[in-house]
Design a protein around this ligand. Structure first.
Ligand SMILES: Cc1cc2nc3c(=O)[nH]c(=O)nc-3n(C[C@H](O)[C@H](O)[C@H](O)COP(=O)(O)OP(=O)(O)OC[C@H]3O[C@@H](n4cnc5c(N)ncnc54)[C@H](O)[C@@H]3O)c2cc1C
Length: 448
């Protein structure tokens, strides 16, 4: 994405990628098969003319569809009518971006080039190629978009004072698949336009639809639970699914389920925060290299794409003067990305546990009502993150303020209702007393 942005601005760009050209690969190993794309990612794609094409091949998901243990289902809309996140194919998206970058005359792609180290002061990059041959390249400006375990970030930390923190959560993930309905030509075997969630408090499973009729399921769970199940072999897997996900067994298929557990391992999830993102006017990191986050808000890629848009906006402000652009980008973007890392952690609790709570569901309804009444003043948290480009750190501040006001309002309402009830009851009793006195007086009167 950043190669497209810089290429379209007229810079000569060399893009180095350690792996093969994904467009020619038979099988792509690695992370989730599909991703949720939302407004921030779409805005960045729009700027380089790719939004329409990506959206065309995405599947809109308007709401969460919650599966409880008894197989009962309920829905929770994501936003207002017409608002949806899109399930997009990770590989297809990468292919589109590579082809778009290649179309720009000033961009050259180099595959099988693994960066081993850098000389940041001289702008020299050292790679090993497919045949383990050493290759050197030179650049006036280096963009480190090399993921959560970034080599560029490591070098940056040696050259400048970088605040850095990294957190592995005790939960890992494993991917499973719900194939298309048997005997159909790619018909989906569950409701299509939803993000399916099986929340089970300590862990959860989710599913996103694919264009070929399948669903990709992701099981998020503490590593020790994964290990415990695996130790018990196939029986352990079946017992676990019968207990927690009985309605999913038939959809996944018993053999498919056993095979997946046999052949896969649970993968780790890391959250990375750091600041600054740059070294002088020579290098800057973006995307997961700068702010890897746990995937529970579906914002990792969206936030990375938005980095490119933000960088581009800052380039406009400083007429492409890198000595000003890079520090500005660091100070502007890092509080937002750090806020998003925190929100992503929070959303795991929401997805695996809170969605089961009556209070939470009631609050969601109140949020939607207030948003309907005051659309520009009151925006629910999920909508601010997913359907707007409000800066992430502002989102957190607004969310806390809104929450305080609504909670206080609800408490006040609760006390008022209680007061009213007490008044009504006491009034009722007064009436009863009055009637009783009237009755007794009458009886005494009759007696005499
Ligand atoms: C299970 C899961 C589900 C997710 N779901 C979503 C979602 O729904 N929505 C969303 O927005 N985000 C999601 N994410 C997050 C998203 O995948 C990442 O935020 C995004 O892929 C980051 O992109 P990136 O380009 O910064 O890094 P990466 O995707 O990691 O790409 C880095 C690239 O750099 C290359 N590279 C690395 N080291 C070197 C080197 N030394 N030399 C040369 N090349 C190198 C790699 O080969 C790779 O191609 C999810 C993540 C996970 C784990």
């Amino acid at each position: 994405m950043q190669a497209c942005y810089m290429g379209q601005r007229g810079y000569t760009v060399d893009l180095f990628e350690s792996r093969e050209d994904i467009r020619e690969a038979e099988h792509v190993a690695g992370r989730s098969i599909n991703l949720a794309l939302s407004v921030r990612g779409r805005s960045a794609l729009r700027h380089i003319g790719l939004e329409e094409e990506v959206v065309k091949s995405g599947i809109p998901m308007h709401a969460r569809l919650i599966h409880d243990v008894d197989g009962k289902k309920s829905t929770q809309p994501y936003g207002k009518k017409g608002e949806a996140i899109l399930s997009v194919d990770r590989r297809k998206l990468n292919e589109l971006l590579l082809s778009a970058a290649e179309k720009v005359d000033s961009v050259t792609l180099h595959f099988y080039h693994k960066l081993t180290h850098l000389d940041l002061d001289n702008g020299t990059l050292f790679f090993t190629d497919k045949n383990d041959k050493k290759v050197e390249a030179h650049a006036d400006l280096i963009f480190g978009c090399d993921g959560a375990y970034s080599c560029v970030r490591r070098q940056l930390m040696r050259k400048t004072l970088v605040d850095y923190s990294q957190e592995y959560i005790p939960h890992g993930y494993m991917e499973l698949c719900v194939p298309p309905k048997t005997g159909t030509n790619g018909e989906h075997n569950m409701e299509l336009n939803y993000l399916h969630i099986w929340p089970r408090n300590r862990f959860m499973m989710i599913a996103l639809p694919n264009l070929d009729g399948s669903f990709t399921l992701t099981l998020f769970m503490p590593f020790d639970e994964f290990e415990g199940i695996k130790k018990q072999g196939e029986e352990g897997v079946m017992a676990f699914f019968k207990k927690y996900y009985p309605d999913a067994i038939e959809k996944i298929g018993v053999q498919n389920l056993k095979d997946t557990f046999n052949s896969s391992t649970s993968l780790p999830l890391v959250s990375v925060k750091c600041s600054p993102y740059h070294y002088q006017d020579k290098a800057v990191i973006m995307g997961d290299a700068a702010h890897a986050m746990v995937p529970f808000y579906g914002q990792g890629m969206n936030c990375g794409f938005e980095d490119c848009l933000v960088f581009n906006e800052i380039m406009d402000q400083h007429n492409g003067d890198f000595a000003k652009v890079l520090p500005h980008f660091s100070t502007f973007r890092s509080p937002d990305a750090q806020a998003m890392c925190d929100l992503a952690m929070y959303n795991y609790v929401e997805m695996r546990a809170l969605v089961n709570s009556r209070w939470f569901l009631f609050r969601k309804k109140v949020d939607r009502l207030l948003n309907w009444l005051l659309p520009s003043k009151y925006i629910p948290l999920y909508s601010m993150v997913t359907f707007s480009r409000i800066r992430y750190h502002v989102v957190i501040n607004k969310w806390k303020k809104q929450d305080k006001v609504v909670n206080n309002g609800l408490i006040l309402l609760g006390f008022s209702a209680l007061g009213m009830l007490v008044w009504l009851v006491s009034r009722g009793q007064q009436i009863k007393y009055t009637r009783l006195t009237e009755m007794l007086t009458q009886r005494i009167h009759d007696f005499f």
